[in-house]
Design a protein around this ligand. Structure first.
Ligand code: URA
Length: 435
């Protein structure tokens, strides 16, 4: 077999066999196929696509370039969740503990933020001491002992994905639906879960802005799940405006802590209730989303979800005093409120611009391995559809310098749009897709 023949076959729009895909991915992982050939192949996929069968084959081949965890020995059903990435999306910090408190095991391998979307690991790393670099042995042991772990992706899992993702990132081939689907699902399969809830974000603050593209991605991932014997449900959720109020690592951690105390923002709490309820249905704890929702609400109210969170933080080396008293966490040097300059209805809060402003403040990274400033960020106080009087608080900016503050203020005012007439609030979810 030769890589050039496989690249040309894909360029001309033909479907590849599993053997051809295996040859390419294995060769690339072992550095036998160079980056330029792999980039040409990725671009051919970008333009000509892949069949569902090819995408499922690609997923399985990538998943098996490393270790595939076996969670059958942990003593309870394990359910995973994955978000395609958004602004203010701190869902895993709440959903993990609450679902674990309901009796399932949640072992989640998360990522750092890249671009304008935040990452779960950056939020957890706001807790001094919290370790996100567990080995797969530590990951499995913690899952078995306390039924909950949120860590980074272990290097032994789906190594081809890390390599291919880095190449796609610099060759304009990230926004290919089959490549995104296989990238996400290969990691989920390697992490061992037999049931996965996918939170596919759609809107200005997401990878995919159009509902049709998000639906296509969701359907493809659900079908890969089916091909690989996993139970997968995908929810299409809104990402036109930030989720909750907080954007930025420490601010989001504090909002997740408030939510675990049942004192979180309404939209974010509801989002967590729905995602968790679907996880409980997939894990066989309840038979309906309605029933799951009630159980989750109970676990937030009676403090058991919070106890699980504390247990996880302790196990992973985090200093508990900072989550018990979040006001001890370091805050930014310059903090200012931005007020509304007019009266009217909020017709838009561009989540992408808010996310980009948070990155500019230092909350995110524009390059892999850049250090983030955990303290900086933005509180977005209002939601689309709210009626606002001139002078009311719109944002609170946490910055590390006066210059960053001035730039952030300028950008955030551009992120909002106004209407004189009443505007409907945005929905939280659009669709649920299952096999
Ligand atoms: N997230 C992933 O893990 N992979 C992609 O390709 C895109 C988003």
């Amino acid at each position: 077999m030769r890589a050039i023949d496989i690249i040309e076959k894909k360029r001309d729009g033909y479907a590849l066999t599993k053997d051809e895909i295996e040859y390419l991915i294995q060769g690339f992982t072992k550095d036998e196929i160079p980056d330029y050939k792999m980039a040409a192949w990725a671009m051919a996929v970008f333009f000509t696509g892949m069949t569902p069968q090819e995408t499922a084959d690609l997923t399985m081949v990538i998943a098996h370039t490393g270790e595939v965890l076996d969670l059958s020995g942990i003593g309870k059903p394990a359910v995973d969740k994955h978000s395609t990435g958004g602004v203010g999306d701190k869902t895993s910090l709440v959903v993990g503990p609450v679902v674990a408190a309901c009796g399932l095991a949640v072992g989640k391998m998360s990522g750092h933020g890249l671009g304008f979307t935040g990452g779960t690991l950056d939020k957890l790393e706001s807790i001094p001491g919290y370790r996100t670099n567990l080995t797969s042995g530590e990951f499995l042991r913690q899952l078995e002992t306390i039924g909950l772990v949120i860590s980074g992706q272990s290097a032994d899992l789906a190594p081809a994905d890390g390599k291919l993702y880095a190449l796609r990132d610099v060759t304009g081939t990230i926004p290919s639906i089959p490549l995104i689907a296989s990238s996400i699902m290969s990691k989920k399969i390697a992490a061992g879960a037999l049931a996965v809830v996918l939170d596919v974000k759609v809107g200005k603050g997401a990878f995919l802005e159009r509902l049709e593209s998000a639906r296509e991605l969701a359907e493809l991932m659900v079908s890969i799940g089916e091909h690989s014997g996993r139970r997968v449900v995908a929810l299409l959720s809104d990402m036109n405006q930030p989720l909750g109020y907080a954007v930025g690592n420490t601010l989001e951690l504090i909002e997740a802590i408030d939510t675990l105390h049942n004192e979180g923002p309404g939209d974010f709490t509801e989002h967590c209730l729905v995602i968790s309820a679907h996880m409980l249905v997939l894990g066989g704890i309840v038979t309906s989303v309605q029933e799951g929702r009630s159980l989750v609400a109970e676990k937030l109210e009676d403090g058991s979800a919070w106890e699980r969170f504390i247990e996880m933080v302790k196990y992973q080396g985090g200093e508990i005093k900072y989550v018990e008293e979040p006001n001890l966490l370091p805050d930014a040097q310059v903090i200012e409120v931005v007020e509304a300059a007019q009266t009217g209805y909020l017709s838009g809060i561009n989540a992408r611009l808010v996310g980009e402003t948070a990155v500019l403040l230092g909350a995110g990274r524009s390059r892999k391995n850049e250090l983030v400033d955990h303290a900086v960020g933005i509180a977005v106080f209002r939601k689309v559809g709210d009626q606002i009087q001139k002078g009311e608080q719109l944002f609170k900016i946490h910055a590390r310098s006066e210059e960053a503050m001035a730039e952030a203020r300028h950008r955030l005012l551009k992120a909002i749009t106004w209407s004189d007439s009443q505007i409907d609030p945005l929905p939280l979810f659009y669709e649920v897709i299952s096999s």
